[in-house]
Design a protein around this ligand. Structure first.
Ligand SMILES: NC(=O)C1=CN([C@@H]2O[C@H](COP(=O)(O)OP(=O)(O)OC[C@H]3O[C@@H](n4cnc5c(N)ncnc54)[C@H](OP(=O)(O)O)[C@@H]3O)[C@@H](O)[C@H]2O)C=CC1
Ligand SMILES: CC(C)CCC[C@@H](C)[C@H]1CC[C@H]2C3=C(CC[C@]12C)[C@@]1(C)CCC(=O)C[C@@H]1CC3
Length: 345
């Protein structure tokens, strides 16, 4: 049965704390005087002040052990978005998140901060300065995002001020920074295979890329603002660098910083999208015989060729959010952190 944990207690848990965002969050929480329990299916590092609990978040008993005496929980675990294992997304992001909610309530946790995604409203067409009141995507760009929608709904609906269980969802977009296993590595891999020569469309589409420390800052602000009667209870918040940038300028800056050539030749968006669609259909038809993963999927072409940037006015108004690292500084620090991905390394 729930024994309420003393308010003001600075013990928190980070579910998914071994991952890219999770580890940055853990490091900042320690700086701010929190003691931290990490719950994850793997342990990727060791740090003084951090207690690791290895387990699957679908296992309530394992969670209950990790949440003992914890008043605040951050949930930033998810399977790798590039996976095509639908059952895994459903099990971890939907059923697992329901288990996290039940375990938090049973353990007497008072605050749950979910890492959602701005892509819960994106359908592959332009979003300019999108606010949080945009409807959830009816046709999400992939199954991972479909389960992120369900996950966000579950967490926000669980907010219950009467029972003293408060929830909030942070929606970051395009997280990048040191140790990111996705964005820069995919980009460099594409460049090394000689496939980063083309700009899809006229290159003017604006996108949010968010430096990881700004995402961390948004999470901690949300946790510290989340109190009874606070306007943020049960709501989603976009957290970005608040500096939308041309997708291809961002890619070029990272590539050039690492010693690769920037893409130069333009290809019409509709043509590339059509080809990606054909290729995708072909992989479906040929799946019983051969399996290959094309670089140019329709989803990736849409991400590379449309506008998708979001307003963080609500986070500014309700929790005083302001990015702490500019895009320029974030790119410089990221490029510097990847010596092994430099050209010729
Ligand atoms: N990166 C981005 O650009 C964006 C990310 N997000 C969201 O941010 C969050 C963090 O993303 P990111 O740091 O990039 O992801 P990572 O994959 O780096 O971190 C997620 C962590 O969760 C772990 N995990 C996976 N399944 C389980 C499970 N069943 N039980 C316990 N732990 C599990 C992973 O382990 P393992 O690696 O072994 O699977 C990993 O350590 C995710 O919720 C993601 O949806 C939202 C918008 C953009
Ligand atoms: C949500 C976005 C702000 C963040 C996107 C993360 C990844 C989906 C992207 C990281 C590297 C990108 C990339 C492409 C598509 C989108 C990414 C995978 C291309 C495959 C697009 C087509 C190309 O010309 C090559 C690109 C390589 C890098």
């Amino acid at each position: 049965m729930a024994t309420r944990v003393r308010p003001g207690n600075k013990r928190c848990a980070v579910i998914g704390g071994s991952g890219f965002l999770g580890r940055h969050l853990v490091e900042k929480l320690l700086d701010r005087g929190y003691s931290v329990s990490v719950f994850d299916i793997r342990q990727s590092y060791e740090l003084p002040g951090v207690v690791f609990h290895m387990g699957d978040l679908c296992d309530k008993q394992a969670l209950l052990t990790a949440l003992k005496d914890v008043s605040l929980v951050f949930h930033c675990a998810s399977p790798f978005p590039g996976s095509d294992d639908r059952a895994l997304f459903e099990r971890v992001n939907i059923q697992g998140t329901q288990t996290v909610i039940l375990a938090c309530i049973e353990a007497g946790v008072q605050k749950l901060v979910l890492t959602s995604s701005a892509s819960v409203v994106y359908e592959g067409t332009d979003i300019k300065n999108g606010r949080e009141d945009l409807p959830y995507a009816k046709k999400p760009i992939d199954y991972y995002t479909a389960t992120k929608i369900q996950q966000e709904k579950l967490v926000l609906e669980a907010c219950d001020q009467q029972k003293g269980f408060l929830t909030v969802a942070i929606r970051p977009h395009g997280i990048f920074g040191p140790r990111d296993p996705q964005l820069v590595p995919i980009l460099v891999d594409t460049a090394r295979r000689g496939k980063m020569k083309f700009i899809i469309g006229d290159g003017s589409n604006l996108v949010d890329f968010t430096f990881v420390e700004n995402v961390v800052h948004g999470h901690i602000l949300a946790a510290e603002t989340l109190k009874s009667n606070s306007p943020i209870c049960g709501k989603p918040y976009h957290i970005t660098n608040d500096e939308p940038v041309r997708f291809w300028d961002f890619m070029s800056e990272v590539l050039v910083g690492l010693g690769y050539a920037a893409p130069r030749y333009h290809l019409p968006y509709a043509l590339v999208y059509g080809l990606a669609l054909l290729l995708w259909l072909l992989t479906l038809v040929l799946r019983p015989f051969v399996s290959f993963k094309p670089t140019f999927t329709p989803m990736r072409v849409a991400l590379a060729g449309t506008h998708h940037y979001y307003s963080c006015e609500r986070a500014k108004e309700d929790m005083g959010y302001k990015p702490v690292v500019s895009l320029k500084e974030g790119i410089a620090r990221t490029v510097q952190s990847y010596p092994h991905l430099r050209r010729g390394a």
